[in-house]
Design a protein around this ligand. Structure first.
Ligand SMILES: [Zn+2]
Length: 334
């Protein structure tokens, strides 16, 4: 066991000692198998995918994949990441892109890794992944659907979301549909306490979402700026952190260097407390033979940690990025 893993185990042990029964309710969150204590999340990857189908909202259908085949393909990658100490993974595949709670439940039970799924709709790629009713329904009506998933479970499975995942197109101003998705996310948050993660990209787009949320009474600290690695002006990371926004640097499955630069900036500027990291890796793609090539969830452990440890990142920094921040970012709160 590495020094870092020993440190993590000790932190988890101490956290479980401090977890009194009285704060259990507000300290729990829904995984795909059951409610879990937020303190049990431990080492967490906040943005990964088990399955994604890009065919579009008009053609998506769960007959396009076989759960057993997907499970057989994905499980070894989960077992691999478990060896690195990962205890919890947030699956960021939204509705109409092959969000499959029963698949996630099977993968969680077989791997022993806690998995969280999400509620919300994906507006990017010009609305290809939005069902037609999104055009005509109000933000309140959309939120009603998402709140129902939180209260009753997703598509009759009884499996409840652990966070809100939406996505918007890069634009200034945001399109009317995307603004509606952000407002629906705000309403859902105010009714459930679920954190809002939004696939976004640059700060110019993210700040528009933050302003809408603020107008609706949602704190910026309830917002995760997904794919923040697309931002080239690092000063904007400082601005986001000042507001309390979570900066999600989440494509580490696909590249290392841009993350080294951004994380060094974050450490030097004292804003690591607002940063989340993950791979955005995976996934089984039903359009490809055998699900296609699977990108493993290991670059953080095998590549990023050695490089940045050499540059002065400490065990405390890794604990902050991979244990403390995920828990704080995704705890239910209003
Ligand atoms: Zn993703």
């Amino acid at each position: 066991m590495s020094k870092f893993l020993m440190f993590i185990s000790l932190s988890l042990f101490l956290a479980s000692c401090q977890n009194s029964p009285t704060n259990k309710a507000e300290n729990s969150i829904h995984s795909v198998t059951s409610p879990i204590s937020i303190d049990s999340m431990g080492l967490t990857l906040i943005h990964e995918h088990m399955l994604v189908d890009f065919i579009g909202a008009d053609s998506i259908n769960s007959d396009r994949w076989n759960r057993d085949s997907v499970t057989a393909k994905v499980l070894p990658y989960l077992m691999e990441v478990k060896k690195h100490g990962v205890r919890t993974i947030l699956d960021c595949t939204p509705s109409y892109l092959a969000k499959d709670p029963l698949l996630l439940k099977a993968l969680s039970e077989k791997s022993g890794i806690q998995i969280l799924t999400n509620t919300g709709f994906y507006g990017a790629v010009g609305g290809k992944y939005l069902p037609d009713f999104v055009q005509t329904e109000t933000a309140e009506q959309l939120a009603e659907r998402w709140i129902a998933e939180f209260e009753n479970g997703i598509e009759g499975t009884g499996i409840k979301p652990g966070f809100i995942k939406i996505s918007v197109n890069e634009a200034d101003p945001l399109s009317a549909i995307d603004q509606k998705l952000v407002r629906a996310a705000a309403i859902t948050h105010l009714n459930t306490g679920l954190t809002i993660a939004s696939h976004t990209g640059t700060w110019n787009t993210a700040i528009q979402e933050v302003r809408i949320l603020q107008e609706m009474g949602v704190k910026p600290s309830e917002f995760v700026w997904v794919h923040a690695q697309a931002e080239e002006d690092f000063e904007n990371y400082r601005k986001a952190a000042e507001l309390g926004v979570w900066i999600s640097l989440d494509g580490i499955g696909w590249a290392i260097d841009p993350y080294v630069d951004r994380l060094v900036f974050a450490k030097e500027n004292g804003i690591l407390g607002n940063v989340l990291i993950s791979h955005d890796a995976g996934w089984y793609d039903p359009a490809k033979p055998g699900g296609g090539d699977f990108q493993p969830f290991t670059n953080i452990f095998e590549k990023l940690i050695p490089i940045l440890t050499e540059k002065g990142f400490s065990d405390q920094d890794w604990n902050q990025l991979l244990v403390k921040n995920p828990k704080k970012a995704f705890a239910l709160g209003r």
